[in-house]
Write a protein that binds this ligand. Structure first.
Ligand SMILES: [Zn+2]
Length: 184
């Protein structure tokens, strides 16, 4: 915008010089006084130099304008690209949130179904444990999946001796140990 404004100023300067050249040319043509004519000629020569200087400045400014326009276009393209990326990320985020919400709702339904099949006292024990740490962990390959600790052999032997309907706990984290086929 600054360059464009400067160019307009130069153009109006050139117009002023052109008007003076036209006026002096007319006066020179009409003049019959040699001394006066010489004065017009010298003024015309200086006006022509001035016009040439102004035109050189115009050319330099036009080159700067071209460079600046290219830079603006480049930035505009970058802004458009960034906006498109932003829109894509925003859409992706919405999909992620929506997927997670669907999974969460599914997990809640599954949990409710499982909880309904668990005896009340066991469920409340689980909920007490879960409120302050690990509620339950699958016992797999001799390790508690809630805390990832491998049970010492003596503890493992105790757990293995326990009745299937007995509630056993992880000696490390206190979680209820869930025993399945994978626990053997
Ligand atoms: Zn544990």
């Amino acid at each position: 915008d600054d360059i464009t404004a400067e160019l307009k100023r130069l153009e109006s300067d050139v117009a002023v010089v052109d008007a003076r050249i036209a006026r002096d040319t007319e006066r020179l043509a009409a003049s019959s006084n040699p001394k006066q004519a010489q004065g017009f000629e010298s003024e015309l020569a200086s006006l022509t130099r001035r016009k040439s200087d102004l035109e050189d400045m115009e050319i330099a400014l036009m080159e700067r304008l071209e460079t600046a326009d290219a830079a603006v276009s480049e930035q505009e393209a970058l802004i458009a690209e960034t906006n498109a990326q932003g829109a894509q990320l925003s859409a992706d985020a919405k999909t992620t949130v929506s997927d997670a919400t669907t999974r969460l709702e599914g997990a809640r339904r599954d949990r409710d179904a499982v909880a309904a099949s668990v005896p009340t006292d066991l469920l409340s024990l689980y909920e007490r444990l879960a409120a302050r740490g690990n509620g339950a962990g699958l016992l797999r390959a001799g390790a508690c999946e809630a805390c990832r600790m491998v049970l010492p052999p003596s503890d493992l032997a105790t757990v293995r001796r326990a009745q299937t309907d007995e509630v056993v706990f992880c000696p490390e984290c206190g979680a209820i140990l869930v025993r399945t086929e994978e626990s053997r």
